[in-house]
Design a protein around this ligand. Structure first.
Ligand SMILES: *Cc1c(COP(=O)(O)O)cnc(C)c1O
Length: 389
């Protein structure tokens, strides 16, 4: 019997490999050339054209993972996001975006889009209706993030895809938090899927890259702008990313499991005021998440009880490191009010539900017992200080 579609870990380990015809080595050879013989007008190979052997092969892996016809690898997540957005928007157009976006994307929109004459609106909430409420005559794109950063809100992919089709819009998602292991948005009708490959695809906190997956037609459109903007990824990093992605399925599934354990532990803890994780049954997005996610992901957030100092808590952790980034095999925490969402200001943070005691937790692959012990000892230290004042 032949299987047409490969399973996740088989795709991770094999799809898109560059065959080593010369020596029959087990892994893709690395082609560092920036100069290739001219073969025909359609295949002028050059790193900034996104078509070296390693770039092309990794693009195939991305496409297979996201169930799309085509993919493209970029030099960063922001290169993938900015190029994809500007490929579908021009002067006079309008885009509807989710509130509480990834900070870099928020800055791109609010600092740069006026220069291109592109209008934008942010939603008031995360439901499909909140997006539809902001659609106007010149709207061209709807842009979502689910699960969102940092409160892990869930938006219904199917509903957003339907309303986009109804209004003739292109729907785009930043799928970084879920990773292709847990969520394949095109299966629900979303048009363009974007990743910061710096996160779960790289997974070891040592690669900066981005990726886009969509139809051949959409990727062609993004590609023609990408060549002009020049945000391609160096072949050496492409090669490293391919190596990292071989274990993505295994890593992310382990992170799903660990995050569920951590969420349940924190949820039952006396010193924790709230836990935000779509895998908890009382999370408002739990039912929707169950219909569109294969796993609930490795990201969660929690609030310390009022009076417990979040920055002291972070400093007291010994195993879990405070870090600006996320999704590595090592567990990290971040205080959104002091870092990623500091620029929003206290009032806007309050409106978005981001409290000062909120901690974003990127759960790694460590043994859960060790993570729990680390959190327990840090909480004890924070409480002992409270007791002495
Ligand atoms: C990190 C991140 C980005 C940006 O990716 P870079 O690789 O840093 O450019 C975009 N979206 C989300 C959700 C991210 O976490």
């Amino acid at each position: 019997m032949t299987r047409n579609k490969k399973g996740l870990n088989t795709i991770c380990a094999h799809t898109g490999e560059v065959k080593d015809e010369q020596f029959k080595g087990a892994v893709s050879p690395l082609y560092m050339s920036t100069s290739y013989a001219f073969e025909d007008v359609d295949i002028k190979r050059y790193p900034r054209y996104f078509n070296t052997p390693n770039q092309e092969s990794l693009s195939k892996k991305i496409a297979a993972l996201e169930h799309t016809e085509a993919g493209l690898i970029f030099g960063s997540g922001m290169a993938a996001i900015s190029t994809s957005l500007l490929a579908f928007l021009e002067a006079g157009d309008h885009i509807v975006l989710q509130q509480t976006l990834y900070g870099g994307t928020y800055n791109l929109i609010t600092e740069e889009f006026h220069k291109y004459g592109i209008e934008y609106s942010f939603t008031e909430g995360w439901a499909a209706d909140d997006f539809e409420a902001k659609v106007q005559e010149n709207t061209k794109v709807i842009y979502i993030e689910t699960p969102s950063n940092p409160l892990l809100t869930i938006t219904d992919l199917d509903a957003v895809a339907k309303l986009s089709k109804k209004h003739g819009l292109v729907s785009m998602i930043d799928n970084t938090f879920a990773s292709p292991v847990n969520q394949n948005p095109v299966d629900f009708g979303i048009d363009v899927v974007i990743h910061s490959a710096t996160k779960y695809m790289g997974g070891h906190s040592d690669i900066c890259a981005g990726a886009v997956a969509s139809t051949k037609e959409n990727i062609k459109r993004i590609h023609s702008l990408a060549k002009n903007f020049g945000g391609s990824l160096s072949d050496y990093t492409v090669w490293l990313l391919e190596r990292s992605m071989k274990t993505m399925g295994i890593r992310v599934r382990a992170q799903n499991e660990n995050a569920q354990r951590m969420a349940e532990f924190l949820d039952g803890h006396d010193d924790i005021a709230a836990v935000y994780y779509p895998g908890l049954p009382d999370h408002p997005g739990h039912e929707t998440a169950k219909t569109q996610m294969a796993g609930f992901g490795g990201m969660l957030s929690f609030e310390l009880l009022e009076g417990l100092d979040a920055s002291r808590f972070q400093k007291s952790l010994q195993l879990i490191k405070p870090s600006m980034s996320l999704a590595g095999v090592e567990s990290t925490v971040l205080s959104p009010s002091q870092t990623s969402h500091a620029l929003l200001g206290a009032e806007e943070r309050e409106r978005q539900g981001i409290k000062d005691g909120l901690i974003r937790f990127s759960v790694g692959i460590e043994e859960p017992e060790d993570l729990i012990a680390d959190i327990e000892q840090a909480l004890e230290k924070v409480k002992s200080v409270v007791g002495t004042v």
